[in-house]
Ligand binder design. Structure first.
Ligand code: 5GP
Length: 112
């Protein structure tokens, strides 16, 4: 729980929780890359997707359903991107699994 997201989950660092349930929270990204940029963060402190195993199957499915629910709520269901950066080589900077939801700009397939 010693990453910034662990501290947010523990209430040691403040963040606007747009959604919370027993498994995850959703907060706005502090440095948004698009008009809509949210982070879906599991309470379980998995460092990254590649550390997930079969025990995490339900959790990972739940996180994806929360992604869809948040996009519906925000009115961007017809156009958003879901990103997980895995490992330093994948651009990950906070080593507590999180899913980026980004929307509100024109996306092309080539914008990867
Ligand atoms: P990563 O590069 O690990 O996939 O993404 C980490 C994200 O966390 C970045 O987009 C960064 O802006 C965001 N972030 C880092 N620290 C904080 C924080 O204290 N609060 C919030 N809300 N977002 C953060």
């Amino acid at each position: 729980m010693d990453t910034v997201f662990g501290k947010i989950i523990a209430g040691e660092i403040q963040a606007e929780k747009l959604y919370e349930d027993e498994h995850c929270i959703v907060i706005p990204d502090i440095n948004p890359a698009a008009p809509v940029h949210l982070l879906v963060i599991p309470k379980k402190p998995l460092a990254m997707l590649s550390e997930a195993d079969e025990d995490d199957q339900l959790l990972l499915g739940h996180l994806m359903l929360v992604v869809a629910k948040m996009a519906n709520q925000l009115g961007v269901a017809d156009g958003y991107r879901v990103i997980i950066n895995n490992g330093a080589g994948g651009g990950q900077t906070v080593f507590h699994l999180h899913i980026h939801i980004i929307a509100g700009f024109e996306m092309k397939e080539s914008d990867m």
